[in-house]
Design a protein around this ligand. Structure first.
Ligand code: OAD
Length: 218
């Protein structure tokens, strides 16, 4: 942790991208997908998160998403979401690129957000039925989202990667585009960042954000 904080202070980054996955919301009590207690340990993605599953049984799919919405509605942004929201300032340009559909970054106050996998609280029509406006397996990401995220990551001075297993493409490929400093926060680090901090998001993110903003508060 100290080495990463030192490197961040030295870099004095002005353009920061925060790339998040389900782990950033784990401390809010929202289940991740692949860890212990993860959704894909208890449910089959092919029954619930594919266009084929929806064509077969739209009511089952919508019910499952309504259950997930109820968990998210009852949850609050945690210290990691709140710290990330403090980043945008006159001195630091901060963009959040998230794989999460829970909307917690916006609820915490982040303003520039790219939601690569959509948002669970929006719906849209498909084959005359209402469905959640999220990205299912086998579907395209929202138009332009990946390109905008990639451009920002190529140009940033610091990429923070928080709470993702880095196995779902194309989103996972974004991490490799960083040319500057990159720092991962994850109890079980999985991506090839310059530094990894093996800690929970809510535990480590506030100190990392303080290191970015240090001397720039004025
Ligand atoms: P995963 O469930 O695959 O990975 C969660 C990551 O968070 C793991 O690396 C954990 O070690 C880490 N983690 C757990 N608790 C944490 C904590 N308190 N603080 C920090 N990290 C923690 O979730 P994603 O990587 O987001 O796609 O999964 C990617 C995509 O797969 C999701 O967007 C979803 C899913 O299928 C779609 O719905 C299209």
């Amino acid at each position: 942790m100290q080495a990463a904080l030192h490197a961040i202070r030295n870099a004095a980054p002005r353009r920061v991208v925060v790339f998040t996955g389900a782990g950033v919301s784990a401390d809010s009590g929202i289940p991740t997908f692949r860890g212990a207690g993860g959704l894909w340990r208890n449910f089959r993605a092919e029954d619930l998160a594919t266009p084929e599953a929806f064509a077969r049984d739209p009511d089952l799919v919508n019910e499952w998403y309504e259950w997930r919405r109820s968990i998210i509605r009852a949850a609050e942004p945690n210290a990691a979401h709140r710290a990330i929201a403090r980043l945008g300032s006159a001195f630091v340009r901060a963009l959040v690129v998230t794989q999460n559909v829970d909307g917690l970054h916006a609820r915490a106050g982040s303003r520039e957000i790219i939601e690569l996998h959509g948002n669970i609280f929006r719906t849209r029509m498909m084959n005359g039925r209402e469905r959640p406006d999220v990205v299912w397996f086998g579907e395209m990401l929202p138009a332009g989202a990946l390109e905008r995220a990639a451009a920002a990551i190529r140009d940033c001075d610091l990429l923070l990667v928080i709470g993702t297993s880095g196995v779902v493409y194309p989103a996972a490929g974004l991490v490799q585009l960083a040319r500057g400093l990159s720092v991962e926060i994850n109890p079980d680090p999985s991506t090839a960042c310059t530094y990894s901090i093996a800690a929970r998001a809510a535990e480590a993110t506030p100190a990392v954000v303080d290191a970015i903003l240090e001397g720039r508060r004025d």
